[in-house]
Design a protein around this ligand. Structure first.
Ligand code: AMP
Length: 114
């Protein structure tokens, strides 16, 4: 999508601090981190949110978890713990309408929503 900021980052049209890239998934640092580690695991394919994903995207969604796990393991985060968040819809706090998973770590995270 031409007006999607994450599509522009993925296409290299605006800068991103990339930490991982393959043919389906791109991971870059959040511009406004809420923790020492704050990564955005993002499919190259423009899917507005989890609501717009289809069964055809099942493998892609699974791969987002695999990439998150591999990055967390590589960075030694699995011992201290990390949080994966997918905000879906404005009411849940989604501000960028391109599906992405937040990987957050490096600070105590006692607060819970449920
Ligand atoms: P969400 O609110 O779940 O849609 O998350 C969107 C995230 O994208 C926020 O945490 C923003 O800080 C982040 N963000 C917005 N613009 C950029 C950008 N140009 N580069 C990196 N992260 C961004």
């Amino acid at each position: 999508m031409t007006d999607c900021i994450f599509c522009k980052i993925i296409a290299g049209e605006i800068p991103g601090q990339f930490v991982y890239r393959d043919d389906e998934i791109v991971v870059f640092r959040d511009i406004n981190p809420t923790a020492p580690v704050h990564l955005l695991i993002t499919p190259r394919k423009h899917i507005a949110s989890n609501t717009e994903a289809t069964s055809a995207d099942e493998a892609l969604l699974g791969k987002m978890f695999t990439v998150a796990r591999n990055l967390a393991t590589e960075q030694g985060l699995n011992t201290s713990g990390y949080r994966l968040i997918i905000n879906t819809g404005a009411g849940a706090g989604q501000t960028v309408l391109h599906l992405h998973m937040h990987l957050i770590a490096g600070k105590p995270m006692g607060e819970r929503l449920l």
